[in-house]
Design a protein around this ligand. Structure first.
Ligand code: NAD
Length: 493
């Protein structure tokens, strides 16, 4: 085997059983970063066994929440100590601009600190009494780790998506097998190194880069997995659900989106431009909650499109390591082709291209695309209805609130939505009527570790982050005691 990396199983760095590898490349130059050791079903089996043993026989699930919190805080510190190096690795593997990668790494550390606090809080919340109507009984509720968890994550926020799953799972006392995306496996391997150095017991976290159809599918199907947490596309989520149905695995799914942003005519135009630009162009638009459908009240429609066009023209495109770059390359050739196909489809279906849609001049290599702005996008068109997952924004006019809400909610997705208006009563009213798990008022995208994250409809099942993220990895147990000295009396009278 000619690999630059290994798998992390049971606290050891090991070669994959079948000796397979895959390439991970730098999307700005298409140059090889590393040949990565690829897990297959045999390695998944070993990792699940290690996690199972750590869960059934090891100390981790039985430690107090505060003891687990100490390890989580050391992981947070380990991430912080290496913030610059991790962010640079993320830029190389994913393509995102360095300031955004630095955000991600800082947020990942913050996520471990946050769940350390929640792990400590668990100690105080154990054995909560439940008031029963029958005084002969007393009952308490315990929260216990769900067992061995599998996590399958996407490539758009490689380290952060790992943190969103690993931190609450460890806080709850679970043991975990993590499979990063084959497009961006590098920082998950670094997370394993950091967790190891933080003193996480062997087998509690196992990290297995590998392909979706082999390592991912094997993890989803493995009978030793009690809980499967997945973030990715709807078709893969559907496959995971089918695999999980075989043995009734507990699943949580964070899937795609096609998030609307309703802008009323009383909005400040500069503020609208700023949040739309950020909402669709940060991370090259490869964001599940990206502001990809913008509905603008007719009076503001033409001036807003003009201002958006002016700002889109100014966006600096380039390698994410260069200062001032706002738009890096898309993550891969496959993603690049998918986005270009969506743009061609939009043109065929009659949307008006206001700006972009092409490879920017001066970029012969790398998966670079201009920020792209479509107007008058037909409601039935695929670019209006389907997730593009690239720097492409679709804009339409609307006349009144009812029409805006109808169009916004007319989607099979329901991850996020946003509304902008100076009339806060109206904004709040609209926010309540939007069918989405995350609704922003007068902004779009800011995400907080403390608040629940997840979608309605085909955007997923369950919520991550906040206390909801911890609950994903907890079972709830009642312990009920018969305190009376009287016979129960079913047959003894
Ligand atoms: P994807 O579904 O192609 O892959 C996600 C992960 O699943 C990868 O690790 C992949 O290897 C694995 N996988 C692929 N096939 C598999 C299979 N048959 N069995 C098991 N695992 C398999 O998605 P992607 O292209 O990596 O990510 C983009 C998608 O993720 C978008 O749809 C985006 O909206 C979604 N996403 C959602 C959120 C959220 O919080 N809701 C966050 C980020 C990304």
């Amino acid at each position: 085997m000619n690999a630059d990396t290994q798998l992390y199983i049971n606290g050891q760095w090991v070669d994959p059983v079948e000796g397979r590898t895959f390439a991970t490349i730098d999307p700005s130059s298409e140059a090889l970063i590393a040949r990565v050791a690829a897990a297959t079903a045999a390695d998944v089996d070993l990792a699940v066994q290690a996690a199972r043993q750590a869960f059934d026989e090891g100390p981790w699930p039985h430690l107090s929440g505060s003891a687990r919190a100490a390890v989580l805080r050391r992981i947070a510190q380990g991430i912080r100590d290496r913030q610059q190096a991790l962010a640079e690795l993320e830029v190389r593997d994913n393509g995102k601009p360095l300031p955004e990668a630095l955000w991600d790494v800082g947020d990942s550390a913050g996520c471990f600190d946050y769940y350390a606090d929640l792990a400590e809080g668990l100690d105080d919340r154990q054995d909560q009494p439940v008031a029963l109507a029958d005084e002969r009984f007393s009952s308490v509720v315990r929260k216990e780790p769900v067992g061995v968890a599998g996590a399958i994550i996407p490539w758009n926020f490689p380290l952060l998506m790992a943190a969103w799953k690993v931190a609450p799972a460890l806080a709850a006392g679970c043991c975990m097998v993590l499979k990063p995306s084959e497009l961006t496996p590098m920082t998950a391997l670094e997370l394993a190194r950091i967790a190891d150095a933080a003193g996480l017991p062997a087998g509690v976290l196992n990290v297995l880069p590998g392909l979706g159809q082999s390592a991912g599918a094997a993890l989803a199907e493995h009978p030793g997995i009690d809980k499967l947490a997945f973030t990715g596309s709807v078709p893969t989520g559907s496959r995971i659900m089918q695999a999980a149905a075989n043995d009734i695995k507990n699943i949580s799914l964070e899937l795609g989106g096609k998030s609307p942003f309703i802008i009323f005519a009383d909005s400040d135009i500069e503020s609208a431009v700023e949040w739309i630009m950020f909402g669709i162009f940060w991370n090259q638009g490869q964001v599940c909650s990206a502001t990809s459908r913008v509905l603008v009240q007719r009076e503001l429609y033409a001036p807003l499109l003009d201002r958006l066009r002016q700002e889109a023209e100014k966006v600096r495109i380039g390698n994410g390591m260069e200062e001032g770059v706002l738009l890096g390359p898309l993550v891969s050739k496959g993603q690049y082709d998918k986005v270009l196909t969506a743009i061609a489809g939009g043109l065929e279906e009659g949307a008006r291209l206001v700006y972009g849609g092409e490879r920017p001049t001066g970029f012969d290599q790398g998966f670079y695309l201009q920020p792209t702005l479509f107007a008058d996008v037909p409601l039935h068109s695929a670019i209006w209805r389907e997730e593009i997952f690239g720097p492409v924004v679709c804009v339409r006019p609307f006349d009144d609130e009812a029409e805006a809400l109808r169009s916004a909610n007319d989607s099979r997705f329901g991850l996020a939505a946003a509304v902008m208006s100076k009339d806060l009563v109206r904004a709040e009213r609209v926010a309540r009527k939007l069918r989405a798990g995350i609704v922003w008022i007068n902004c779009s995208q800011p995400t907080f570790t403390e608040a629940p994250w997840g979608g309605y409809k085909q955007s997923g099942i369950g919520r991550e982050l906040g206390e909801w993220g911890l609950n994903n990895y907890l079972e709830i147990k009642q312990i009920t005691r018969y305190d009376s000295d009287q016979n129960w009396g079913w047959y003894l009278k």
